[in-house]
Design a protein around this ligand. Structure first.
Ligand code: DC
Length: 223
């Protein structure tokens, strides 16, 4: 099985780019952020304070997460389809908060690894190359300037019909960058053997073809 790890900060284009490339390669695309978002949704709906690590940990045993991969990654929380619900903007910071709790990361580790045991995968997240799949065949650290990432997220959310404003998205991104890179367990950091790709100023198509060509070359695949 082949695995490609794509890590980087929020809004660098990881998910869109990974999904498109997975389709071209016939790999499964795994969005690991969706797992953290699903846990955050459970805590929100059950009024569990995400700052309270003990309560969050106690509640993990009540959560069962399933996924279905049919081009899109459909998420099921205790049997309910939450694919759209986890995209609500308020879940971004809550997901970042639960992701800092070690028991949550531990809880999701096997799920993430089992995808890569059974399928050729492109997996995106924050710690895929460092922790989840340290032996991935290829590791990429995808980044872009915070303002660029905020602009993309703003347009994306607006298109989905959410009432958002650019300044609060930028401040959200800065907060999440800080949280994600300063937590004690598996912080967002570039693996020593990850290739750094900066997409600042790129159109989506440019980044997709840049990464696609890089992957083909590094893994010795044919187009
Ligand atoms: O990729 P995303 O924005 O959907 O991720 C939501 C949050 O989940 C993000 O702020 C950090 C966390 N996360 C993580 O800690 N590790 C991962 N592998 C993926 C996401």
């Amino acid at each position: 099985m082949l695995s490609i790890a794509i890590d980087g900060p929020s809004g660098a284009g990881k998910s869109t780019i990974s999904r498109l490339i997975a389709e071209k390669l016939g790999f499964i695309y795994v969005d690991t952020g969706a797992l953290y978002r699903t846990i955050a949704l459970y805590m929100l709906e059950n009024t569990v304070d995400t700052a309270d690590a003990v309560s969050v940990t106690e509640n993990l045993s009540r959560i069962s997460i399933e996924t279905k991969h049919d081009g899109l990654q459909r998420m099921f929380l205790n049997g309910r389809d939450v694919t759209e619900a986890i995209r609500r903007p308020e879940l971004s910071l809550l997901a970042s908060a639960v992701s800092a709790i070690p028991s949550v990361r531990e809880f999701l580790l096997d799920t993430q690894r089992s995808f890569a045991q059974k399928n050729n995968v492109i997996m995106d997240g924050r710690d895929i190359g460092t922790t989840v799949l340290p032996n991935a065949n290829l590791k990429i650290f995808l980044t872009a300037a915070a303002e660029d990432r905020a602009k993309r997220r703003y347009l994306e959310q607006k298109e989905k019909g959410f009432d958002v404003d650019y300044d609060s998205i930028l401040s959200d991104i800065n907060k999440r960058d800080y949280n994600d890179s300063h937590r004690a367990v598996s912080p967002l950091t570039r693996a020593a053997d990850a290739i750094l790709v900066d997409t600042t100023g790129n159109e989506l198509e440019q980044s997709v073809s840049l990464l696609y060509n890089l992957i083909i070359e590094k893994l010795g695949l044919t187009k």
